[in-house]
Design a protein around this ligand. Structure first.
Ligand SMILES: *[C@@H]1O[C@H](CO)[C@@H](O)[C@H](O)[C@H]1NC(C)=O
Ligand SMILES: *[C@@H]1O[C@H](CO)[C@@H](O)[C@H](O)[C@H]1NC(C)=O
Ligand SMILES: *[C@@H]1O[C@H](CO)[C@@H](O)[C@H](O)[C@H]1NC(C)=O
Ligand SMILES: *[C@@H]1O[C@H](CO)[C@@H](O)[C@H](O)[C@H]1NC(C)=O
Ligand SMILES: *[C@@H]1O[C@H](CO)[C@@H](O)[C@H](O)[C@H]1NC(C)=O
Ligand SMILES: *[C@@H]1O[C@H](CO)[C@@H](O)[C@H](O)[C@H]1NC(C)=O
Ligand SMILES: *[C@@H]1O[C@H](CO)[C@@H](O)[C@H](O)[C@H]1NC(C)=O
Ligand SMILES: *[C@@H]1O[C@H](CO)[C@@H](O)[C@H](O)[C@H]1NC(C)=O
Ligand SMILES: *[C@@H]1O[C@H](CO)[C@@H](O)[C@H](O)[C@H]1NC(C)=O
Ligand SMILES: *[C@@H]1O[C@H](CO)[C@@H](O)[C@H](O)[C@H]1NC(C)=O
Ligand SMILES: *[C@@H]1O[C@H](CO)[C@@H](O)[C@H](O)[C@H]1NC(C)=O
Ligand SMILES: *[C@@H]1O[C@H](CO)[C@@H](O)[C@H](O)[C@H]1NC(C)=O
Length: 626
């Protein structure tokens, strides 16, 4: 990894005293404006084998709750979820007189309705086979079967949810088609090419049917691109695109490059290497966008690894994103469309925290009925901090002692989010603690405004629910007190509560003493950007007796100056009361554990508090009775 000494940022590492100094002058920052695309906001998952049970898994309580929590980061911090085997959710219904196939969409509808309700966009892979499809259909060599199926699916959901939403889905062809475990239909290379072209035809037909201005984009081949003789499908697909670009079914080329399990730079370097190789071999693809839609530290999601449980994985996530951003801005990844993290899985006992997931899942088998408890891992919170980045940014800065940072901002109205991290990837950082001094020189026109800021962070040992769970002796079924304690450290901690920069002050100096590895976010807001709108779409989900999760949506918010949310509840017997007093609630859900006296039946409403301490209006109240 090239370490760039960006002149704007004078970073001095005084070895003996271990103080990291970061000096930022916004006048200089603004001179080098670059727009920052939100290329990292996707996760993915695969229902466990057998694939015929995909519907049962994806529509289970555990899976639906997992998806809803994934959807609950601010500013669409995770916007897309890429899911394997979706076609297994369809069922053959009947033929009409003309032998046209009709499907039962009820399972797929149920899943996509939930995604739509909570504001997620599917990475919709045309993968799997509808249940009950006859031999004759799947052996259809003309591709009619696939074109028809694609047309039926895409036109159905364009009608059901509207063009604006569905045209932003990420349609994609079969995942890793070269792997035997995925090529369950035994496609030959010729079958596969017919298949991808038929998917394109089906999407185009839906576009004509609905008079779309632009055809629905298709991504593919979702390939591993290992040796050509072993991976002929993905290589042949690109050869076709290179030889006849107008016949290329894809709008974005997707591939998978994971790291070797030690450093974030392996992922970035792997992606750079492959995209350079592809462009060299297929020069006509030079204008296409690329996406590494499985950009993880190491293959094998279910293999337990200690680093995946704690702040190390959080910092690796931040590093992966910031290194890709550096690759985009320095021209080594000029055509990067996006990366996706394949970490939307459900962990299982006894590896609750250690698998490659965003959440730790506890299957509470001994309650009646059984229920599920989730705890957010630091990597989820790291994506929540990344979610607050502004629309423009400086290049990523790499400084001594493995300090990495970026300054992001919106100019009008003024907003800035500075994200910093010290991490040695999967290794320990040599210094256990670091002192960080950040000096910000505000621009002239901005320093006249009222400005407030908040500092949040994730630190090793402190924001580590796994460590506390281990301290309790890794109970399979933590009790309510233990869950409350574990949850109290699941989100970023407020390191400096919101405060205003004294009037007319041009320089702001921040001193922090942090346990390594760490991730810190400093958000600043100009007063003009603090006209607060409220939240909407309150949802209450039953977890267990006297226990619910409340979700809401920030889609109606116009800025990123939220310090936290306040959740209020009233039953028929009580007045309104705030149920999350003293608990930092930076993301869009809250787990309410009530008691027999008060229960959970009643009205729920939520409001936001901004960095100036101002409260928004309340959301509409949502009634829940159970
Ligand atoms: C680091 O910060 C801590 C707490 O603010 C302080 O006590 C300590 O002296 C600092 N160390 C150095 C080397 O500046
Ligand atoms: C079958 O096809 C014929 C000719 O295209 C058409 O007139 C008829 O309406 C179709 N029947 C059904 C049930 O769709
Ligand atoms: C694919 O081939 C395997 C092994 O040759 C066979 O067991 C399986 O039934 C075949 N699948 C289909 C859908 O033809
Ligand atoms: C990962 O390890 C493999 C095998 O040792 C090696 O070929 C490859 O270059 C490594 N990749 C990276 C990105 O370091
Ligand atoms: C930390 O430093 C090592 C050695 O210089 C480098 O390989 C690695 O990419 C750095 N990691 C981060 C997260 O900056
Ligand atoms: C990162 O870990 C390596 C291997 O343990 C060590 O040599 C190096 O000093 C560490 N780097 C930092 C910045 O702590
Ligand atoms: C709870 O039940 C699930 C599903 O049967 C099982 O996989 C898991 O191991 C059980 N958990 C414990 C702690 O026994
Ligand atoms: C819950 O666990 C804690 C210790 O982990 C214990 O002190 C407490 O008594 C337990 N509470 C109940 C209600 O069992
Ligand atoms: C503010 O910081 C800048 C950059 O470090 C420095 O040049 C300037 O003298 C400082 N101004 C004040 C009033 O401290
Ligand atoms: C799903 O959750 C609901 C509400 O808590 C519960 O009534 C139901 O039994 C659960 N279903 C299963 C299959 O566990
Ligand atoms: C609370 O009051 C509402 C409106 O009067 C009523 O519909 C509801 O059943 C009551 N709920 C409970 C739990 O008593
Ligand atoms: C039940 O919860 C309410 C609201 O948090 C609280 O005021 C009350 O003291 C609790 N009652 C018992 C018996 O714990």
């Amino acid at each position: 990894m090239a370490v760039s000494l960006v002149l704007l940022f004078i970073v001095i590492m005084v070895q003996r005293s271990e103080v990291h100094r970061v000096v930022i002058d916004y006048e200089q920052v603004f001179l080098k404006e670059k727009s920052l695309p939100r290329f990292w906001t996707s996760t993915g998952l695969c229902p466990p084998a057998p694939r015929e049970k995909a519907a049962e898994f994806l529509l289970s309580n555990d899976s639906l709750l997992n998806l809803e929590i994934i959807a609950s980061l601010p500013n669409q911090g995770l916007k897309y979820v890429r899911i394997h085997w979706l076609l297994e959710l369809l069922q053959f219904s009947h033929y009409d007189d003309n032998k046209s196939i009709f499907y039962d969409f009820s399972h797929l509808d149920a899943l996509l309705d939930r995604l739509h309700e909570c504001g997620l966009y599917p990475g919709f892979e045309f993968m799997g086979l509808p249940v009950g499809i006859h031999e004759r259909e799947k052996n259809d060599r003309s591709g009619y079967f696939w074109a028809d199926l694609t047309l039926q699916i895409s036109s159905r959901y364009l009608h059901r949810y509207g063009i604006a939403y569905v045209s932003n889905w990420r349609f994609e062809t079969w995942n890793e088609p070269d792997l035997k475990e995925y090529n369950v239909l035994n496609f030959t290379v010729a079958d596969y090419i017919t298949y991808i072209q038929s998917i394109r035809l089906g999407l185009d037909a839906a576009g004509r049917l609905l008079n779309l201005k632009r055809n629905l984009p298709l991504r593919g081949p979702a390939g591993l691109f290992k040796a050509e003789q072993h991976h002929p499908f993905c290589w042949t697909a690109l050869e076709l695109c290179n030889n006849a670009p107008l016949k290329c079914p894809f709008n974005v080329i997707t591939f998978h490059r994971k790291g070797n399990g030690t450093r974030a730079e392996e992922i970035v370097n792997g992606g750079i290497q492959l995209s350079e190789q592809l462009v060299a071999k297929f020069p006509n693809l030079g204008d296409m966008k690329f996406s590494n839609d499985e950009a993880d530290p190491i293959a094998g999601w279910s293999t337990p690894r200690e680093f995946q449980s704690n702040v190390k994985y959080a910092a690796i996530m931040v590093s992966t994103v910031l290194q890709h951003w550096f690759g985009i801005s320095d021209g080594r990844l000029p055509k990067l469309d996006s990366i996706s993290h394949d970490n939307g899985f459900l962990s299982y006992h006894p590896f609750e925290f250690d698998q490659r997931t965003l959440l730790a899942r506890f299957q509470m088998n001994e309650t009646t009925p059984r229920h599920v408890q989730f705890v957010a891992k630091p990597v989820y919170s790291a994506l929540g901090l990344l979610a607050n980045l502004g629309s423009s940014a400086t290049d990523t800065a790499f400084a001594d002692g493995n300090l990495t940072y970026v300054v992001s901002y919106d100019k009008e109205p003024f907003y800035s989010c500075l994200l910093l991290s010290i991490s040695n990837d999967t290794f320990e950082v040599a210094e256990k603690r670091s002192n960080l001094t950040v000096t910000l020189t505000l621009p002239e026109n901005v320093s006249k405004l009222k400005i407030a800021y908040i500092i949040e962070g994730l630190q090793a040992g402190l924001n580590d629910p796994k460590l506390l769970w281990a301290h309790y002796g890794k109970p399979s079924y933590p009790n309510a007190t233990e869950f409350a304690a574990i949850r109290s450290i699941q989100f970023p901690t407020v390191l400096e509560a919101p405060k205003q920069v004294p009037n007319g002050k041009k320089n702001l100096t921040i001193n922090l003493n942090l346990r390594t590895p760490w991730v810190v976010s400093i958000r600043l807001c100009g007063a003009s950007s603090s006209a607060l709108t409220g939240v909407s779409n309150i949802r209450v989900r039953k977890i267990y007796t006297n226990e619910v999760m409340i979700f809401w949506s920030d889609r109606s918010l116009s800025h990123k100056c939220v310090a936290g949310y306040e959740i209020f509840f009233r039953s028929n017997q009580t007045e309104w009361m705030q149920i999350n007093i003293g608990q930092h609630t930076p993301f869009m859900f809250y787990q309410f554990v009530s008691n027999n006296t008060v229960g959970t039946a009643g009205l729920y409403r939520v409001r936001t508090i901004d960095l100036f301490g101002k409260a928004s209006a309340f959301s509409a109240a949502q009634y829940f009775d159970c």
